[in-house]
Design a protein around this ligand. Sequence first.
Ligand code: PMP
Length: 281
Amino acid sequence: AWILHNDTLIQEEELAISKEDRGYQFGDGIYEVIRIYEGNLFTAKEHIDRFYASAEKIKIVIPYTKDVLHKLLYDLVEQNEINNGQVYVQITRGDAMRQHHFPQETSPVMVAYTKTVERPKEMMEAGVHGTFIEDMRWLRCDIKSLNLLGNVMAKQEAHEAGSYEAILHRGEVVTEGSSSNMYGIKNGILYTHPATNLILNGITRSVILDLCRNLGIEVQETAFTKEQALEMDEFFMSSTTAEIMPIVRIDGQEIGNGSPGEATRKLQQAFEANLKLTVKM
Ligand code: PMP
């Protein structure tokens, strides 16, 4: 398959990354995952904006304009003839002799690749299980950093408990998932953690909050506790790949009546309609 190396499309076998790439050694870089529906990059502008914002927060200067990057990613998707899938793109601070502080001269190294992925329709229909895991990540979760050890450890623990996602909490307060945002609905009001430094402000999250406005679902960007989570009428998570995924059990305990809720369904339908609209652009 073709991959993007900086601003050049190459065959993936040709990729060579330095042993001292700072992404490889320190996780010193940032990334994005963008969904491809019918050959189109969904909410590409929002993902590209967040890519540049994350880079800026760690003082990596991306040596292309947003428009150029957008075009490069589209070329990659077209070259690989991806219809439904995703594009992964990362940029690191580049290759330099190993020392913690930034090297004087840096050339960021960008790599992007595509893969075919189907929508997780059955799971979205039936719902999945979640497990509470203490959020032990750092305090800049707003940066889409390559350092995912905290997320990986949490997901593995949830996985070993037989569940789909780790529901992270700092003390009693639910923050987000290991690779998703979390929402509860109680008495018709949707609650989700505010977009602070403690969560990644998901692009899917922004789409959902817009949909709520259109559907007349009241939103409160207010954190809730583990105890409140278990008392919600409906619960779901969201991400680029999982879309709107109902969570029907947490730590083995049923949420609501143990099946995806009505408002969650409505949001899923509105999200799907939105995809079709976006695809036509
Ligand atoms: N939080 C974390 C920690 C994530 O890794 C992700 C997925 N990248 C999300 C939230 C959801 O973000 P998005 O909707 O932009 O995929």
